[in-house]
Design a protein around this ligand. Structure first.
Ligand SMILES: NC(=O)c1ccc[n+]([C@@H]2O[C@H](COP(=O)([O-])OP(=O)(O)OC[C@H]3O[C@@H](n4cnc5c(N)ncnc54)[C@H](O)[C@@H]3O)[C@@H](O)[C@H]2O)c1
Ligand SMILES: O=P(O)(O)OC[C@H](O)CO
Length: 350
């Protein structure tokens, strides 16, 4: 491997300078894979005391305790140092702060830099997905999104994992596949950026729903019912928004939906569980202590679905519980007494 990057190439096996913005679980997991693949990897986190602690102990104690960081991973709180010479930048910042961080980094980026969002959310008080923000806040960049069934803790534990890189730029997809591919991590590609990104944001809502069902001691029939009807809602919404519903049967759709709705490794699932056990939403979110994107996404999708007349009974139900102070038993009764309808109503056939 050389340390020299061809600035125009995106399909190289050479060691590349690559930045990962974000000091949380996923930023750390991705940075560790990239460093392990021999790239000159810089992870940026805003807090110098945390960055120093990670450098000194070789571990990100708060987000991934007990996981050794790759010794070659460079951790810094200086944005300029992280970005210097990088033509590939992953942005792993919660949706709430995503725009603010992109605005800070934009002046430091060379034209043609590959910008990859790994964030599964929708911007607060707007309906922007993260790739929209990347496009709005920069110009002349090459943009993609990474999404899939990917618990950070399982990635760093070396469990076999797959994800999706989505971009209209096929060379970008090829490069990111090479940069991230490892013995335990596979990367599939897609050209449906909107569908992949929307799927990643939507599935968080339903993880809150199934977490709540688990808290209420519902069985596997209930979980299966919820996951399957969640997929129907997601595809219906996707179609109304102009995304390709077929994307939702891939890893970023049903793959991530099954994962997140089935495990208490999911922060969204745990929020639902705590609320199902009677804890106020604010308390549940505070106890998790990490981002649970679904809470904000519920509000935004409910508003959008109402505006567009898309039928999303599970979104309406979880919104009623989280934001309208409606009692859980009453909401469940309403859901179960709704009009009986078709199982598979969507058909790709004309
Ligand atoms: N954790 C996972 O398993 C996982 C997997 C796939 C995708 N994601 C997605 O990745 C995104 C990030 O998730 P995460 O798990 O890393 O979150 P996290 O809560 O573990 O960490 C978020 C990080 O962002 C930093 N941050 C927040 N606001 C900031 C700001 N204004 N400036 C700089 N840094 C700021 C925090 O300090 C923290 O280091 C989310 O959208 C999530 O949906 C997470
Ligand atoms: O912990 P969650 O609920 O944010 O889910 C993490 C990932 O998105 C799973 O793919």
């Amino acid at each position: 491997m050389t340390t020299q990057q061809d600035s125009s190439s995106t399909t190289t096996d050479a060691a590349l300078p690559i930045a990962v913005l974000g000091g949380g679980s996923f930023g750390t997991a991705i940075a560790n894979i990239i460093a392990g693949n021999g790239h000159d990897t810089r992870q940026w986190m805003r807090d110098e005391s945390r960055a120093r602690d990670c450098r000194e102990t070789g571990e990100n104690h708060y987000y991934l305790p007990g996981v050794p960081l790759d010794p070659a991973l460079k951790i810094t709180s200086e944005l300029e140092e992280a970005i210097d010479g990088c033509r590939i930048v992953f942005v792993s910042i919660p949706s709430k702060s995503f725009r603010e961080v992109v605005q800070r980094v934009a002046p430091l980026l060379a034209e043609g830099t590959v910008l990859i969002s790994t964030t599964k959310g929708v911007e607060h008080d707007s309906f922007h997905l993260m790739s929209d923000i990347l496009r709005e806040e920069t110009s002349g960049m090459r943009i993609g999104v990474l999404s899939g069934p990917n618990f950070a803790k399982e990635i760093v534990a070396g469990h076999y994992t797959a994800t999706v890189i989505a971009s209209e730029d096929a060379a970008l997809c090829d490069t990111i596949q090479k940069v991230l591919h490892s013995e335990t991590f596979r990367v599939y590609s897609s050209n449906d950026v909107f569908g992949v990104e929307l799927a990643g944001a939507l599935k968080n809502i339903y993880a809150i729903v199934t977490g709540m069902a688990a808290a209420l001691d519902r069985g596997q029939n209930t979980i299966s019912l919820l996951i399957t009807r969640a997929l129907a809602e997601m595809m219906r919404f996707a179609e109304a928004m102009g995304a390709d519903p077929m994307t939702f049967i891939g890893l970023a759709g049903v793959g991530d939906l099954i994962l997140t709705c089935s495990s208490d490794l999911s922060r969204n699932y745990r929020v639902g569980y705590l609320v199902g056990r009677g804890r106020p939403l604010e308390e549940a979110v505070a106890e998790i202590g990490q981002v649970a994107e679904g809470v904000n996404t519920v509000r935004l999708i409910k508003h959008k679905a109402d505006e567009m007349g898309v039928y999303m009974p599970l979104v309406s139900a979880i919104h009623a519980i989280l934001f309208e102070e409606r009692p859980i038993p009453e909401v469940i009764r309403n859901l179960m007494s709704g009009a009986q309808t078709f199982d598979v109503a969507y058909s790709a056939k004309p």
